[in-house]
Design a binder for this molecule. Structure first.
Ligand SMILES: NC(=O)c1ccc[n+]([C@@H]2O[C@H](COP(=O)([O-])OP(=O)(O)OC[C@H]3O[C@@H](n4cnc5c(N)ncnc54)[C@H](OP(=O)(O)O)[C@@H]3O)[C@@H](O)[C@H]2O)c1
Length: 247
């Protein structure tokens, strides 16, 4: 199996772990991000370790005007068409900053949600025509219920979840798979130094779960698995009690 797969936010810890898994089984990878030196270093490593075919593309999620040209460049690297795209980019602005500074809240909404709408619609049209492929995005358990400590970030992920639900509904009859990934806490730059973390997973574990879920054409993945029952309980708590918790 050798399909072309685009990794957006390819310097993210989860994307890096995923790239090794995908390269190992023979996929052609397009690493997209905003740090060309890091991307070239990763590409060289993947070529050396897995004899993989890897290309690098510059991608700035917040530069919406550049997205059509960026996507056209991705397609130019894939003579047989783009098979899959995985959105791993995202930011978590500190809650106090997101509350007090609307431009910070908007930056997070644009990075975590609007940019995925923009790129995935370009990719969806391409895959819909081909009648094959997949779209996958890293959401978060934080999108399952708003909590006072991170509801602005959580809302960006809740918007993403609903978008992906709808996209799945649109693309499933056309043979295109859409996977929503909801990790719990993961040991990456994004969570470095954050207080109150528990049950923290390694990025390799999340990458392994994503790879398996893509193979099994799952719709929604909680990673690690125990976040599914945990979030089921949290979602089931009636709002009249939940609003009194300091979470
Ligand atoms: N870590 C967790 O506990 C956790 C839990 C649930 C969900 N997630 C989600 O998982 C995804 C990956 O996060 P991570 O934990 O692996 O964090 P990470 O290592 O900090 O990766 C974040 C990635 O997003 C990229 N990025 C940020 N803003 C961008 C922009 N404007 N344009 C292009 N790329 C941009 C970063 O690129 P640069 O290298 O250029 O900065 C980096 O590649 C995020 O969507 C995050 O919300 C993480």
């Amino acid at each position: 199996m050798s399909e072309s797969i685009l990794l957006l936010g390819a310097t993210s810890a989860v994307a890096r772990a995923l790239a090794h898994r995908l390269a190992k089984v023979g996929h052609y990878l397009l690493l997209a991000g905003r740090d060309p030196i890091e991307l070239e270093r990763d590409a060289a490593n993947l070529r050396l370790r897995h004899r993989a075919t890897v290309s690098v593309c510059y991608f700035e999620a917040l530069d919406f005007a550049s997205h059509p040209a960026f996507f056209a460049e991705c397609l130019a690297h894939c003579p047989n068409g783009l098979y899959g795209a995985i959105a791993c980019h995202g930011v978590q602005v500190e809650q106090a900053a997101a509350i007090s500074n609307l431009s910070e809240a908007r930056r997070m909404m644009d990075a975590n949600y609007t940019s995925i709408v923009s790129i995935f619609h370009l990719a969806a049209d391409h895959m819909e025509k081909r009648g094959v492929g997949f779209l996958c995005a890293l959401s978060s358990v934080a999108g399952d219920r708003g909590r006072q400590s991170n509801y602005v970030y959580g809302a960006t992920k809740a918007a993403l979840n609903t978008f992906l639900d709808g996209l799945r509904n649109r693309l499933a009859p056309k043979g295109v798979h859409v996977l929503t990934v909801k990790p719990g806490f993961v040991d990456t730059r994004l969570t470095w130094g954050l207080p109150g973390l528990f049950l923290v997973a390694q990025p390799e574990r999340v990458a392994e779960d994503i790879h398996r879920a893509l193979g099994r054409q799952r719709d929604v993945l909680y990673s690690p698995w125990f976040w599914r029952p945990l979030m089921g309980v949290i979602r089931a708590i009636p709002e009249r009690f939940f609003k009194k918790f300091r979470l």
